[in-house]
Design a protein around this ligand. Structure first.
Ligand code: TXA
Ligand code: MG
Length: 371
């Protein structure tokens, strides 16, 4: 006799094809605005809520990057998210919530250290991994028994999540492999015509994705570096480890998404690290040597006038600490301009340098030249 397969089992999920067909680009995407001093137009917020509750996809701003939202408790919504992004479906999604009560819909028990981190860092750019409740579909968790949860600190995200009242699964709202969106127009570039709605809340504040910390073991483990650093976490909960998969080449990262080559501009990107004057001299020299090519240079407010050749794109200011906020915009601009080679300064010594360099080094395929 044939056994009826329960759809909410890991086996059923893992037996399905990992790559879903890409979304058809034939939808009308509605645009609505959230403004700092005005908030949402109530009818538009209502429309966004209706879309989520009927299985649609709505991109929304958070303080880190724009997210592509769908109902986190719906297997079908998760499928649509993977298809729109062209993302492998074994790469789990983060569930976003507006208040602590909503955590009960995702998790049965929050460990003590989790509670402490929630008190200090939520709402904020910290994602925590917990054991999932049975009712959370494997579509959302990419077939894992754990779930990633975050309470974003952005008034538009908070109002939107409060209105929909279900947890919202949201990966970054980019096509898989492209830099995460920090402006609504980046979302439009990648997903216009493939999703139901985009909420435009202007430029995001932080610009790189949240720190991910796994709380399913006694000692918390960082699976993705971000704005909240290891030191900040250790101050609250004692020892914190860094996933070996982030450092060692032959170890598989625990966050499935970290194994994919992300944030890649189309041109070949190389990072130059060393004393500032030496870096500027070297890049100037290379730009001269590669003058037949379309050379892009990733510079800062402080150094942009020091480059003689090539197309200089400014990635914010070291002094003002705006590098993370501007990084993905700058990488996208190289693509728009059509750079074939990109030479970048290094930002490892800056505040949040570890998180910035994690993204930039990935975009460079780890091509770093030490001068
Ligand atoms: O800042 C952010 O986190 C943004 C905004 C929209 O909230 N979201 C975001 O999502 O960056 P995404 O899907 O681009 O990245 C989620 C990462 C992936 O690397 C994924 O593998 C990992 O989180 N992840 C999700 N659930 C996980 C789980 N249960 N165990 C381990 N890693 C998980
Ligand atoms: Mg992403």
């Amino acid at each position: 006799m044939l056994q009826k397969l329960d759809k909410n089992t890991k086996e059923w999920y893992n037996n399905k094809t990992k790559y879903l067909p890409g979304a058809v680009c034939s939808m009308v995407t509605k645009y609505i605005k959230w403004e700092n001093n005005k908030g949402f137009c109530p009818e538009e917020l209502e429309a966004a809520k209706e879309l989520i509750l009927t299985g649609g996809l709505v991109a929304f701003p958070t303080e880190t990057v724009y997210g592509l939202g769908g109902n986190a408790l719906s297997e079908e919504a998760a499928k649509k998210i993977y298809a729109a992004k062209g993302r492998p479906s074994d790469n789990p999604l983060i569930a976003h919530i507006a208040d602590i009560e909503a955590l009960n819909l995702l998790v049965d028990e929050v460990p003590e250290k989790g509670k402490r981190l929630i008190n200090v860092f939520w709402p904020g750019p910290l994602t925590m991994i917990f054991k999932k409740k049975a009712s959370v579909p494997y579509g959302t968790t990419g077939g894992l028994d754990t779930v990633a949860v975050r309470m974003p600190d952005h008034p538009a995200a908070a109002a939107f999540l409060r209105a929909v009242s279900v947890p919202v699964a949201a990966p970054s709202a980019n096509t898989s492999g492209r830099p995460s969106p920090t402006l609504a127009r980046h979302v439009k570039e990648d997903l216009g015509g493939k999703i139901d709605m985009i909420i435009d809340g202007g430029q995001v504040g932080i610009g790189i994705e949240s720190t991910i910390v796994d709380l399913t073991e006694d000692i918390p483990v960082i699976l993705r570096p971000g704005y909240i650093t290891k030191e900040m976490l250790e101050k609250e909960v004692g020892e914190v480890r860094i996933d070996k998969g982030l450092i060692a080449e032959n170890v598989k990262p625990k966050a499935p998404g970290m194994k994919y080559r992300h944030y890649a501009p189309k041109g070949e990107l190389t990072i130059f690290e060393g004393e500032q004057e030496a870096v500027i001299r070297h890049i100037n020299h290379l730009a001269e040597e590669y003058s037949e090519e379309k050379v892009g240079i990733l510079a800062t407010e402080e150094t942009k006038d020091r480059y003689k050749k090539g197309h200089v794109i400014c990635v914010g200011s070291r002094e003002k600490g705006t590098i993370s906020k501007e990084l993905y915009r700058a990488l996208r601009e190289f693509d728009t301009w059509g750079a074939t080679f990109i030479f970048a300064e290094s930002f490892s010594g800056e505040p949040h340098g570890e998180a910035i360099m994690n993204r930039l080094a990935k975009a460079a395929g780890q091509r770093i030249v030490y001068l």
